[in-house]
Ligand binder design. Structure first.
Ligand code: ATP
Ligand code: MG
Length: 240
């Protein structure tokens, strides 16, 4: 059973069709990356899969759960990091993680353990006792990413996970994602960072103007496009 199965997904914003019949799947334990120009429809696709937006057409199944028919069940096994997310500025980082864990997990002992895991993963250490309002952009991003992962979702949906992070922090986050995938978590991410995608992804979906141009491993994409690297594949496929 795939972690995610997207079939003929369509999304219209009024008359404008942002997603034009996209199909792809993500296998269990796989890291699948969506890459495409600005406005291609990546965030729209991720929002639909995360049950934030409803589709105009098509279907999405997460571990065989149809998200239109049973969004509640789907929400229990996914976690979503939006492209532009904020966190409650008046809470400390630690309070925020505990609060979010208590929403997702009923058992208070398990919720606390989950928040503790998130705190450790964030690498924010003493800063966790400071208010989020005082955090830098990258610190907030790390906190939010930890929040997304700490509940151990079966499918994590990350919209530009490392955006705004410095080299060391971005490296750490990629290493964490890779480790979690090794432990059995499945990932759907979007990114503009070609190096990040090459490092992380098992397969890559190239999306342009609401359509999926190709979805394959880096090796196969390079062969197919006669390209040297992902950037070259991207330029060849999106400019032709
Ligand atoms: N709420 C909205 N109302 C109307 N149009 C929207 C809305 N959200 C997105 N769009 C349009 O849908 C298209 C796809 O947007 P989307 O945010 O999915 O792109 P993206 O691939 O994530 O781009 P980026 O790389 O810049 O994040 C764009 O043309 C955008 O203007
Ligand atoms: Mg986007």
């Amino acid at each position: 059973m795939p972690a995610l199965e997207v079939s003929n997904l369509v999304k219209k914003y009024k008359a404008f069709e942002a997603v034009k019949g996209i199909s792809f799947d993500v296998k269990e334990k796989e890291i699948f990356a969506l890459v495409g120009p600005n406005g291609a429809g990546k965030s729209t696709t991720l929002k639909i899969i995360s049950t934030i937006l409803s589709p105009t057409g098509g279907s999405v199944k997460i571990f065989d759960i149809d998200i239109s028919k049973n969004p509640q069940a789907a929400r229990k096994i996914i976690s979503y990091l939006p492209e532009e997310a904020g966190a409650y500025k008046n809470l400390t980082g630690a309070e925020y993680l505990e609060f979010m864990a208590s929403i997702f997990i009923e058992d208070s002992g398990r919720a606390k353990a989950s928040a503790g895991y998130g705190a450790e993963m964030s690498g924010l250490k003493d800063k966790l006792r400071e208010k989020i309002g005082s955090y830098s952009k990258g610190m907030t991003r790390k906190l939010l990413l930890s929040r997304t992962i700490m509940t151990k979702p079966r499918l994590a949906i990350l919209d530009e996970p490392a955006s705004g992070l410095d080299i060391v922090n971005a490296f750490e986050i990629r290493r964490t994602i890779k480790q979690l995938a090794g432990d059995g978590m499945s990932f759907l991410i979007s990114s503009h960072n070609m190096m990040e995608i090459e490092f992380l992804s098992d397969r890559i979906g190239i999306i342009n103007a609401g359509k999926m141009l190709a979805a394959d491993s880096l090796e196969n994409l390079k062969k197919r496009a006669g390209a040297n690297d992902l950037e070259d594949v991207f330029i060849k496929l999106t400019q032709s």
